[in-house]
Design a binder for this molecule. Structure first.
Ligand SMILES: *Cc1c(COP(=O)(O)O)cnc(C)c1O
Length: 381
């Protein structure tokens, strides 16, 4: 079955009424016939039918067996980290999402979790850090914001040989372009705030696994820590998922055109976009992303100063200056002063986030309008 068809028909029709949209069960508790005798639901932190529907849909979209919905992407990351104990180590991609960096370094490190940030674009760099304490290899591919690509299958094989599990933050690729569980990863997570919600109107986090034991552990953590997604937002994410294939295909098409424009612009120093042949791991991206390269682009200016970047990002009309990404409206941001401010400058520079780096989240507008918007902004630098 075609993926678009599968997505639409993974969304269940309500068994009780036939409602074609998933009902919002706005309740905290469920009436029981006798203690412990219930219809499978006892308390809404533990289970909620609207959330259960979303969890089933995302599991199906990612080719897993169990999905879990959390209040935010970071709550989803936090739940995975809670499977670790003091003394365990993580090998993580070096230009990891800034919020994940903050959580790993400033919260989990003090509980005795060791973190190694590594350039994972070469699988051999990962191998060098794997040891008996390594419990997780944490990848984003493409990464945020430099769009680095890592070979998920090769790294998963290496990690498994060393007894570690692999997490892929699949937020940028989306399940339309990439299904990490099928490439060998053990956990796939999403900030549902981005492409899955798709309209910049909610926060959500999702995790999918394909292993019964991991699923049990996550269910226990989700219920024990309680960072669940509320039923209204579960409904909105489901509504977003109904159009995710259409939106992402359009965003990917637009991004290819915008990246080509930037790559040939005289004021641009370099463009990070996995769809360009010049990208270091273009061939890997092509193979593991279904021929779709995503809607995210970053680029730096020949005039590599913060001032030039700030002039650019405050001069666009259609690209709105905002954090976040993946919505129908195009956004742009300046990572070193916005999303990645919490990462020390020398670490930023080492991972390719230079002072003039600008990140674009390409929306569903017409590509020619987006290009002319960027074109006039170069004139303001
Ligand atoms: C936004 C984002 C997150 C965090 O998600 P929230 O919903 O904002 O908590 C994690 N990873 C990536 C790649 C993101 O873009």
């Amino acid at each position: 079955m075609n993926k678009s068809t599968r997505i639409i028909h993974s969304i269940p029709v309500d068994e009780l009424t036939g409602s074609i949209s998933v009902p919002i069960y706005q309740t905290a508790t469920y009436v029981q016939e006798a203690p412990g005798v219930n219809k499978g639901y006892d308390y809404a932190r533990t289970n909620n039918p609207t959330r259960a529907a979303l969890e089933k849909i995302i599991a199906e979209l990612e080719g897993g067996t169990h999905g879990f919905a959390f209040a935010t992407g970071l709550a989803a990351i936090d739940a995975i980290l809670k499977t670790l104990k003091s003394g365990d180590e993580i090998v993580a991609v070096d230009d990891i999402y800034g919020g994940a960096y903050r959580l790993f370094t400033h919260i989990y490190q003090k509980f005795g979790i060791g973190i190694h940030y590594v350039d994972t674009t070469d699988a051999s760099n990962v191998a060098a850090y794997l040891n008996k304490n390594t419990k997780l290899v944490w990848l984003e591919s493409p990464t945020n914001p430099t769009l680095k690509i890592s070979d998920i299958k090769t790294i998963s094989d290496l990690a498994h040989k060393a007894g570690a599990l692999v997490v892929i933050d699949n937020t940028f690729a989306t399940p339309i372009a990439q299904n990490p569980l099928e490439l060998g990863a053990d956990y796939v997570m999403h900030s549902g705030t981005k492409y899955l919600g798709g309209h910049s109107d909610l926060l959500a986090g999702l995790v999918v696994v394909k292993d019964e034991k991991l699923a049990e552990e996550l269910k226990f953590i989700q219920n024990s820590s309680g960072g669940v997604l509320g039923p209204q937002d579960c409904f909105l994410v489901i509504r977003g998922i109904e159009t995710v294939a259409l939106r992402v295909e359009r965003q990917c098409e637009n991004a290819v055109k915008v990246a080509d424009f930037l790559a040939s612009h005289p004021d641009v120093d370099h463009v990070n976009f996995p769809g360009l042949k010049s990208h270091k791991n273009h061939e890997i991206a092509k193979a593991q992303q279904n021929g779709l390269f995503g809607g995210m682009i970053s680029f730096s200016l020949k005039n590599d100063t913060e001032e030039a970047a700030l002039a650019f990002v405050t001069s666009t009309k259609y690209f709105k200056l905002a954090e976040s990404l993946g919505g129908v409206k195009s956004l742009l941001c300046h990572p070193s002063q916005m999303t990645h401010k919490s990462v020390p400058r020398e670490k930023r520079l080492a991972s390719g986030i230079n002072d003039s780096l600008i990140r674009l989240s390409v929306g569903i507008e017409a590509a020619e309008d987006l290009i002319s918007d960027l074109d006039q902004a170069f004139g303001k630098v």
